[in-house]
Ligand binder design. Sequence first.
Ligand code: 5GP
Ligand code: ZN
Length: 114
Amino acid sequence: MDNCIFCQIVEGKIPSEKVYEDEDLLAFRDINPVAPVHVLIIPKKHISSLLELTEEDQPLAGKILHAAQKIARQLGLAEKGFRVVNNVGEEGGQTVFHIHFHLLGGRQLTWPPG
Ligand code: 5GP
Ligand code: ZN
């Protein structure tokens, strides 16, 4: 997807601060962090949102959650806790239409979100 910011990050056309990478996934620091740790975990394959996830993508979805655990440990969030968030569509607050999971931590997070 030529016009997708996150596909361009995957392709290295837009720089990012990577914290994790494997053959299917990439994780990098959010450009506008809302917590001391704010990482975006994405599949390298373009999927526009959770609504577009197919049955065939189920192993990929599982990999994303497992990567979230690994990255949380790697960044020292496991002891105090953290949050994993996926925004879907306009009212869900999604602004980039390449599926991504926010990994947030490093401060007390409040609930419910706004
Ligand atoms: P959403 O609102 O779609 O759930 O989250 C999109 C996130 O992507 C936002 O937190 C925003 O700061 C981040 N973002 C948008 N453009 C870029 C970029 O070019 N690089 C990085 N690292 N993050 C970005
Ligand atoms: Zn994309």
